[in-house]
Design a protein around this ligand. Structure first.
Ligand code: ADP
Length: 465
């Protein structure tokens, strides 16, 4: 059965509170009960022994006899609460005296006084039906001279028992009160924790429905929750960005495919209708447009390269110096054609365990960007050097540069600056994403520094180990 987080927490809090409130006070009450019972029975025994001692004194001070007058005189000392009744017999079982006290007033009946007192029937009947009996012998000069039987109220009627009863009943009220307070606090606490989570989950569900940016200031004082809120917000922004890039890409692709297609179609129709002679130049124009189309398609094909960039690396010992030199050589004619100087500063015989093809692809992307975004008369330099435990491959150009606004995003797939889009030679914005994926798959990193209008430098750092 599904429950809301708030209900779940509330139930848990309340269960914990109830367990604590029942277990702890019950334990305390049990412990007190045991201690008080021990204490009460010790005291009762002491009092009974004291009563026996008084009876023995009476016997010996009346010269070895049971003196009824003296028994009457000492009767007040004999019974202490919770003893309520005592009967004294001689060794032959003949009743000598009976003592009793009211359970309320502590009154006592001596020998012969039973008839004019109401207390005997009173104590036997209503309040204490189950009296506890204890028998003692009364001795004098080493000889048993009598037997006394004490009738006592049960523990719960003793002072200690009464105290415990009162204590327990007060504790029940206190527990009931504390339970109410604890349940109220549990409500508040469950609310404090569940509300922000509820809000975050609402936001997550909005994001899942495509509403990436929500204009409210969701905050929480709980560190973990704040982290969750921040992550969800970042997720929303990231998805929005991706969505934006995707839309831009789609419209770019559509736009860039339509232009050459329209041109090709119009040329072919003109040839077909005989409006134009298919001269060599016109056919070449058409073929150029077809080339443009294939370039676009191979760019689109590169998209899958991003996914594969980090997969299936074939590591081998690669002479990076030679590989970089080879890449530079393949670019030489292109740079020359655009009148951009391509310089190299390549440290000799830098060896690295790497996937040579993929590293070459990563560097080619940097060089083709440098060429693409540097105007004629500019310069590009490619460096290879060891630095600490790393190898650095740098591509510096004197091209158009990248604005601070764009710089953080250029490694994201499909990201293209407005300027690069304005340039017909611009790609789909995936070259740097491929470079990044390849470099990271080798355990390295790639960064860019740039100033608009002055040029850029891209640095690939690969660990030597
Ligand atoms: P593209 O195929 O569009 O060049 P990339 O992923 O290679 O895509 O680059 C992303 C964007 O970064 C480019 O569109 C361009 O705006 C910018 N960029 C990359 N390299 C350079 C550079 N050397 N100089 C200026 N801008 C660059």
């Amino acid at each position: 059965m599904k429950r809301s987080l708030r209900t779940q927490m509330l139930v848990q809090y309340v269960v914990i509170v109830i367990i604590c409130m029942l277990v702890i006070p019950t334990g305390i009450s049990k412990l007190l009960d045991r201690q008080f019972r021990l204490f009460a029975s010790d005291r009762l025994r002491d009092d009974q022994q004291e009563a026996v001692r008084v009876l023995e004194e009476i016997y010996s001070s009346s010269g070895g006899n049971w003196n009824k007058e003296m028994l009457t005189e000492f009767r007040g000392d004999i019974l202490r609460w919770p003893m309520v009744h005592a009967v004294l017999y001689d060794p032959d079982g003949i009743l000598i005296a009976e003592f009793s006290r009211s359970m309320r007033h502590g009154a006592m009946r001596g020998p012969g006084s039973g008839k004019d007192s109401n207390e005997i029937p009173g104590f036997m009947r209503p309040i204490a039906p189950e009296l506890v009996m204890n028998d003692f012998s009364v001795s004098s000069g080493g000889k048993v001279v009598g037997k006394v039987r004490f009738h006592c109220l049960p523990f719960r009627e003793s002072r200690e028992g009464m105290f415990l009863k009162k204590f327990n009943s007060h504790m029940v009220y206190a527990i009931a009160f504390m339970l109410v307070v604890a349940v109220i606090i549990s409500f508040v606490m469950a609310d404090v924790i569940s509300r922000p989570i509820l809000n975050v989950s609402k936001r997550a569900s909005l994001i899942s429905r495509g509403k990436y940016r929500v204009q409210d200031d969701l905050r929480s004082d709980i560190t973990e929750l704040q982290l969750l809120i921040d992550s969800i917000n970042r997720l929303g922004f990231g998805l929005e960005e991706q969505e934006e890039l995707r839309k831009r890409l789609m419209s770019d692709i559509a736009h860039e495919l339509r232009n050459p297609l329209t041109i090709i179609k119009s040329h072919l129709e003109a040839f077909e209708d005989g409006v134009w002679e298919p001269t060599k130049e016109r056919v070449k124009l058409t073929v150029d447009e077809i080339d443009r189309l294939s370039r676009m398609i191979s760019e689109i094909e590169k998209l899958t390269s991003i996914e594969n960039a980090g997969k299936g690396l074939v590591l081998e010992s690669v002479n990076l110096s030679k590989e970089i030199e080879r890449v530079a050589m393949t670019f030489d004619p292109l740079f020359r054609a655009k009148s951009v100087e391509l310089k190299r500063e390549i440290e000799k015989d830098v060896m690295l365990a790497a996937d040579g093809d993929k590293i070459r692809q990563a560097v080619e992307n940097l060089l083709s960007n440098a060429l693409r975004y540097t105007d004629s008369g500019g310069r590009t330099t490619i460096y290879l050097e060891k630095a600490g435990g790393d190898v650095h491959i740098k591509v510096r150009d004197t091209g158009i540069g990248i604005s601070d606004r764009d710089l953080p995003y250029i490694f994201e797939r499909f990201y293209r600056t407005d300027k690069s889009r304005a340039r017909s030679s611009g790609g789909l914005g995936i070259g740097l994403a491929i470079t990044k994926a390849v470099v990271e798959a080798h355990g390295g990193s790639v960064t860019a520094e740039s100033r608009e209008g002055e040029g850029s430098i891209f640095i690939i750092r690969l660990p030597l180990a």
